[in-house]
Design a protein around this ligand. Sequence first.
Ligand SMILES: Nc1nc2c(ncn2[C@@H]2O[C@H](COP(=O)(O)OP(=O)(O)O)[C@@H](O)[C@H]2O)c(=O)[nH]1
Ligand SMILES: Nc1ncnc2c1ncn2[C@@H]1O[C@H](COP(=O)(O)OP(=O)(O)O)[C@@H](O)[C@H]1O
Length: 219
Amino acid sequence: MAFRAVILGAPASGKGTISSRIVKAFGLEHLASGDKLRVNIAQNTPIGKEAKTYIEKGLLVPDDFMVKFIANELKQIRSSTWLLDGFPRTIGQAKALWEVQKLDVVLNLVVPFDVIIDRVKGRWVHLPSGRVYNNNFNAPVVPGKDDVTGEDLVQREDDNPTVVLKRLEQYEKLTRPVVEFYKDKGILNEFEGRTSDEIWPKVKSIISNFLPGQKIGKL
Ligand SMILES: Nc1nc2c(ncn2[C@@H]2O[C@H](COP(=O)(O)OP(=O)(O)O)[C@@H](O)[C@H]2O)c(=O)[nH]1
Ligand SMILES: Nc1ncnc2c1ncn2[C@@H]1O[C@H](COP(=O)(O)OP(=O)(O)O)[C@@H](O)[C@H]1O
């Protein structure tokens, strides 16, 4: 079956956290634009070098770059059941995606900015997998190490307070109109909350209208 969704939300609103729960519960492909860009930066690819110049300043990477980048990443996904995280982030990107692919549902996480500022301070990531941790929410079993691989966790350069403020400003100016775009399409679902644990059950029930849950283990 085909099911195509997008998850939206301000920086650190919990897109990655909720997406990982969606993947566990429904077994669909998760494509996170930020994670893919950071892998390119870590590998010092031409894409990574160019994207880094914007990301380190808290600016969005230009639309034409991102549309091409994500179109190529989507081609790598065999399945027609996927969740896009971190893309689209502008009206230009949303229109370009809609041209080639109609979506079934858009999830928008609405989390207060004071919560976001606090979360960013404690965010640690395992770059190769995109797994995220937080000192006050889901700390790794071994401090500083990824639970699955034991590899080092890092804090993102763009998670420092100055850059975060720039990213929030970019979100307000450029990404909030994307929410309106999908509201007009009649496929937007908004989820308000201060924690992922209160948001998750509401997200899960919306997606259950489209997809059967994963069998827990094979009977
Ligand atoms: N305290 C707290 N931290 C959370 C919660 N949900 C996610 N986080 C953490 O907040 C940070 C941002 O979450 P993330 O999923 O990366 O957000 P994204 O930037 O929207 O993808 C990460 O360090 C998460 O571990 C929550 O409910 N409470
Ligand atoms: N769709 C996109 N368009 C433009 N820039 C993007 C996009 N996705 C990611 N980026 C760049 O990568 C940075 C990190 O993205 P992401 O990991 O999604 O941030 P967060 O997890 O904090 O919301 C963004 O601040 C932006 O500079």
